[in-house]
Design a protein around this ligand. Structure first.
Ligand code: DX5
Ligand code: ZN
Length: 230
């Protein structure tokens, strides 16, 4: 039997109030978040600009939770060191970006950090499969990157299942992350397809108490996880 990582929830700070980030971090911790997800956007790889290493360092100073840094930028290789220094634990880069993927993986591991390889909703899983044996995370995006609060794209679920199969064969301890439009409803489907790491923005920070929101999501991923295909 393959032993997969435990199911984890990573609230995305992109949906929080940037003027009160410390409160959001505290609320996520109190609600039992397993990690925090930080979305870095450069205005080139995606049509939006968010923040850089300075903000990651400010969050790092406020929490011991693992920081999952999602680099939606054209040249991840140029910036992995800065984001590692800022306190990122896992640096997730896109395979559609300009840097050579194998080089990014090597560079991040040489820094002593964990590396994640991400694909956009319109990219085939064959883009990420060759790296499955040497990354710490595969991230399948379930919205077009750039903004929080979008609707989950169910057509990515077969890709989650395919990535799951590949990881089970070659690297079962790696995380399979799903990012975009995760709610209590879509989390069940993603967990059933084999996701283990759930990024959630609006469903955590855009209405209602953060701890209750996280409890609801936790119940959903556990339910889906019980039905996961093995
Ligand atoms: C989108 C980001 C996501 C986003 C998630 O480009 O990568 O992490 O913030 O937010 P929700 O859960 O609201 O889709
Ligand atoms: Zn993200």
């Amino acid at each position: 039997m393959v032993v997969r990582p435990r199911l984890r929830l990573a609230p995305s700070l992109l949906s929080a109030d940037f003027a009160a980030l410390a409160d959001a971090v505290r609320a996520a911790e109190a609600g039992g978040a397993d990690a925090l997800h930080l979305d870095v956007m450069d205005g080139h790889f995606v049509p939006n600009i968010s923040f850089g290493p300075t903000l990651v360092a400010a969050v790092r100073a406020r929490t011991k939770l693992p920081l999952d840094v999602h680099l939606m930028i054209e040249e991840p290789l140029r910036y992995v060191e800065a984001f590692h220094r800022a306190g990122g634990d896992t640096l997730v880069f896109h395979l559609e970006a300009r840097s050579e993927p194998a080089e990014v993986v090597r560079a991040v591991h040489a820094l002593g950090a964990q590396v994640g390889a991400a694909i956009r909703p319109d990219s085939p899983v064959s883009l990420v499969a060759p790296l499955a044996d040497r990354v710490d995370q595969i991230l399948v995006m379930s919205v077009h990157p750039g903004f929080s609060g979008q609707k989950f794209l169910p057509e990515v679920l077969p890709k989650v299942a395919a990535a799951r199969e590949r990881l089970d064969e070659t690297n079962p301890k790696a995380d399979l992350s799903i990012d975009g439009g995760i709610t209590a409803a879509t989390a069940v489907d993603a967990a059933r397809a084999g996701a283990t790491f759930f990024v959630c923005g609006n469903s955590v920070f855009s209405g209602g108490p953060v701890d209750a929101n996280l409890r609801r999501l936790r119940a959903a991923v556990e339910e889906g996880g019980r039905g996961a295909v093995r």
